[in-house]
Design a protein around this ligand. Structure first.
Ligand SMILES: NC(=O)C[C@H](N)C(=O)O
Length: 476
């Protein structure tokens, strides 16, 4: 209290004399340092008097002692708390929020070398164990915890997944930063539909008679066209944000709202310039995640039966042209539900077969029929099989992970194609890009959730996103 009075007085004087605001920091002797669980378990604070806050992952009374595990999401590990049974409280149950003060000590247990010897345990928020959907010592399946989108982050498996996802986000940004890309925030609301990229959600004001934008507006299905604008000034750009497709599908691979990583590169010489970026990014992000999240990845794999996990090491990415792919399909003994004639779009069953055929590794399929691709895809001008410089990256277990193309940079060819489809007026601004300093360029989009599915071997896309949105489901 005496110190306090002194500080108050000093602060007052200083702020008056300097005319500046002054904040007082109270120094109290013996105030325990507040630590995150990750710091506490690191071993760097042995002997320190600390305070840790979190949620109980286990409660185990044993003879004269009480053992608790506190987790605050900062790490996979929980901090073991050892207390005398006098500190036990009926409100200390699985899931309750607590604040524990005590001293960090070396623990005799190899598995958790640090434990907190508690002086005080305060229940911040109790948790009724009867209603709480997760039970002691039970390993709940991903399907089970999916029913509780507001609570599943409290489980080991899903909190690991979300930490991995967060690190994978960092990995993607790091890759682009290290390779000289500028990040662009492409708009979420847009008037373009990126021609055939997917079914659109329309944006309207809820009092329906107001036409807010005067033109039809949609949630973005792809930031590609906006990135193309920017690649004409920055050469290498990317965007990484929410993307929306109104696919009426409940499949394991589709979401109505997903995150897409899109990049656009100027001054390309061939499709290989693009596949190189796709491959580099894929490898670098995968390596980064496996290096930084090893413990979380291991834990997560106790909960999924890794089907087709992709490891970045020693993998050759296979490359086949669309025409070669069609040959492979036509020579297979497997019966497909969809046709495999040249000119047909590749369906999931075809993609899966191709990946298997190439030895269960990621496969690039290039040079698709020109007529299958949107107006912006670059014409290979090859005859008689007319193809476009477009590419898909197919991966084990997931199928299409990434799609891209060289863009038609030649004004006359692009204009002719837009005229054919009656889109010349809509895309007059896009034609301008070819009139004012046009350069060969190309880009791609990678589905971030599919990337996570692929590197973690997760079967259902709903298990790699915090709040999945899909047809007939928009919980929370
Ligand atoms: N940026 C891209 O190339 C992605 C492409 N527009 C797609 O939606 O698949």
């Amino acid at each position: 209290a005496a110190f306090d009075t002194m500080f108050q007085a000093a602060a007052k004087t200083l702020s008056l004399s300097r005319g500046a605001s002054f904040s007082i920091r109270r120094y109290c002797f013996k105030t325990p340092a507040k630590l995150r669980v990750s710091e506490a378990v690191s071993g760097a604070h042995l002997g320190a008097n600390v305070k840790v806050q979190g949620w109980l992952r286990s409660v185990r009374p044993q003879k004269a002692n009480l053992f608790l595990h506190v987790n605050d999401g900062s790490a996979l590990q929980s901090l073991q708390v050892v207390a005398s049974s006098e500190l036990n409280d009926p409100l200390l149950t699985l899931g309750s929020a607590v604040e524990v003060t005590g001293t960090l000590r070396k623990s005799p247990h190899q598995k958790q070398p640090v434990e907190l010897e508690a002086d005080q345990i305060h229940v911040v928020g109790d948790c009724n164990p009867v209603d709480f959907p997760f039970k002691k010592k039970e390993r709940h399946s991903l399907e089970y915890i999916r029913q509780f989108p507001h609570l599943r982050c409290r489980t080991n498996a899903f909190s690991s997944l979300l930490r991995i996802r967060s690190e994978a986000t960092t990995a993607v940004h790091s890759y682009f930063k290290e390779n000289g890309f500028v990040q662009i925030h492409t708009p979420v609301i847009t008037s373009n539909d990126c021609e055939g990229a997917g079914e659109l959600f329309r944006v309207e004001v809820s009092s329906s008679d107001i036409k807010f934008f005067s033109v039809p507006a949609f949630l973005t299905v792809s930031g590609q066209l906006h990135l193309e604008v920017m690649s004409g000034a920055f050469s290498r750009v990317y965007t990484f944000g929410p993307t929306f497709r109104a696919e009426n599908s409940q499949s394991r691979r589709h979401l109505a709202e997903f995150y897409m990583v899109e990049a656009e590169v100027s001054f390309t010489q061939s499709l290989e310039d693009l596949t190189k970026v796709m491959e580099d990014m894929f490898r670098s992000a995968t390596e980064h995640v496996l290096a930084h999240c090893a413990a979380d990845v291991d834990l997560f794999h106790k909960h999924v039966t890794p089907g087709h996990r992709v490891s970045p090491q020693g993998h050759l990415l296979f490359g086949v042209t669309y025409s070669e792919a069609i040959d492979i399909l036509n020579h297979s003994s497997q019966k497909f539900a969809f046709p495999t004639d040249w000119g047909c779009d590749l369906q999931t069953e075809h993609e899966k077969y191709l990946v298997k055929h190439c030895g269960n590794v990621p496969v690039f399929v290039t040079d698709y029929p020109y007529d299958l691709k949107p107006f912006y895809a670059r014409d290979n001008q090859d005859h008689p099989k007319h193809t476009a410089a477009a590419v898909d990256l197919l991966v084990p277990g997931v199928g299409e992970l990434c799609g891209g193309s060289l863009r038609e940079e030649r004004l006359d060819l692009l204009r002719a194609r837009l005229e054919e489809t009656g889109l010349e007026d809509t895309y007059s601004w896009y034609l301008d890009l070819r009139r004012f300093g046009s350069v060969p360029h190309g880009g791609f989009g990678l589905g971030f959730e599919r990337f996570l599915q692929c590197i973690l071997g997760v079967d259902n896309i709903k298990d790699v996103i915090a709040f999945p949105r899909f047809s007939h489901s928009c919980l929370l």
